[in-house]
Design a protein around this ligand. Structure first.
Ligand code: ADP
Length: 399
């Protein structure tokens, strides 16, 4: 038996999943939240259980959180004291141009992730902390970094450059990086398998629609364009992020509304998107409000879907041949109305949904296009943790 532990360390949380890689199934998962805050808690679920309790526990820091995870795994019979643990995979948000695939962690890699902190000041430090405490807790286990940006390192230069003086790319690495790469990669492979097609032949557009949302154009299994940019702010309308915007809005907010750069940052990242338009960022609540005739909730949905459709058309043009479209993440997987509205009126370019299939729900990957649609349309439950586990196993096996 081979086991992989996946760790996702955030600024005040640690999420973990222990996988049995022979059966590709989760042996234990857990979430430590509000670390360092009075309301910190621990939620743990072992294999075969559908329920997990949120237990209030004082977790003063990440080190103590890691100790709790070790203890919990130690009590789990399937863990067998770590005898089968062959690797630990860490989610790292930003790999810049330095990392185009999963990478075994050593001192140099840690230093490189540290040098990338200016590109992801909120995420990379927390990811690094997770790596450091995990190396201390499991000193004899190989650790692997899996980057959110890595899958998009295949973008051609005309897709990743912004049309600003080149020195800002050279000196400050300002370019499109893209995010959600682990999810886009996983979904692309799932669709290739479902179509019984080699990954290297598949042309697909993937929409990852969660609280954060992004689109990716994938040619021959490789990402050639994506909607998020230097940061996750660009592109689609999101829960609280504006997505695409005339950059001059920023100057105007400064000069006319008197906002500081920090205030504009907060406005565009935390107070915009669905929330900015109708007051709430949770799609379930936005939909509920549309049922009561709330005009602003309807506007938020229209904007959300209109932006998706624009990317769909643009990426279709860029790809030429399109085999499939995939919807994934919280909204992409669960909201038929968003899929329907985003693909509405596209039968003339070979994209048409089947209303009944689109409305149906169920576990696993499923097709929702009509019988006459030239392009297949899929709903794919994403699984970033499993993708990290698989990439980690491949990396340790290759050594
Ligand atoms: P993230 O991982 O970025 O936080 P998720 O992939 O969990 O995001 O997606 C969160 C979004 O998905 C929220 O807007 C939530 O309302 C929406 N969502 C999740 N499940 C459903 C559902 N069953 N119906 C409608 N919206 C849903």
């Amino acid at each position: 038996m081979k086991q992989i532990l996946v760790l996702n360390s955030g600024s005040s949380s640690i999420k973990y999943e222990l996988f049995d890689m022979n059966r590709m199934h989760v042996l234990e998962s857990g979430l430590l939240e509000c670390i360092g805050e009075p309301e910190s808690c621990y939620q743990r679920k072992s294999a075969g259980r559908t329920h997990s309790d949120r237990i209030p526990v004082a977790i003063p820091n990440h080190e103590y959180g890691m100790q709790l995870i070790r203890e919990s795994l130690g009590q789990n019979e399937s863990f067998c004291n770590g005898d089968f643990l062959v690797g630990i995979g860490h989610r790292v948000v930003h790999g810049g141009e330095l990392f185009s695939g999963p990478t075994r962690i050593d001192e140099d890699v840690i230093e490189s992730i540290r040098r990338l902190i200016p590109l992801a000041p909120l995420h990379n430090p927390a990811n690094l902390l997770g790596i450091e405490i995990s190396r201390l807790a499991f000193p004899n286990v190989q650790q692997v970094a899996v980057f959110d940006t890595a899958f998009h390192q295949t973008l051609p230069r005309h897709a990743y450059h912004y049309a600003i003086p080149r020195e800002y790319y050279q000196r400050y690495q300002i370019r499109r990086y893209g995010f959600h790469g682990t999810s886009h990669h996983y979904v692309t492979r799932q669709v290739a398998d479902a179509l019984n097609m080699p990954l290297s032949e598949l042309n697909i557009i993937v929409f990852h629609l969660g609280n954060g949302a992004s689109a990716a154009a994938i040619r021959a299994g490789k990402s050639i364009d994506t909607s998020m940019g230097l940061t996750p702010l660009e592109g689609l309308v999101m829960g609280t992020r504006s997505g695409d915007l005339d950059p001059a809005v920023v100057f105007y907010l400064g000069s006319e509304a008197g906002l500081s750069l920090d205030q504009i940052d907060t406005l565009l990242n935390k107070q915009s998107g669905l929330k900015g338009i109708c007051g709430v960022n949770d799609m379930r609540e936005v939909l509920r409000r549309t049922q009561t005739g709330d005009d602003l909730a309807c506007l938020a949905i229209d904007l959300f879907c209109y932006r998706i459709k624009k990317y769909l058309g643009g990426y279709y043009a860029v790809l030429g041949r399109l085999d499939a479209i995939a919807f994934t993440a919280g909204i992409g997987e669960n909201v038929p109305q968003i899929r329907q509205q985003s693909c509405q009126g596209l039968a003339h370019i070979g994209i048409e949904l089947d209303a009944q299939r689109n409305e149906s729900s169920g576990p696993g990957i499923r097709e929702i296009q009509s019988s006459t649609s030239a392009v297949k349309v899929f709903v794919v439950p994403t699984n970033e943790e499993l993708e990290i586990a698989q990439q980690t196993l491949q990396t340790v096996a290759a050594d």
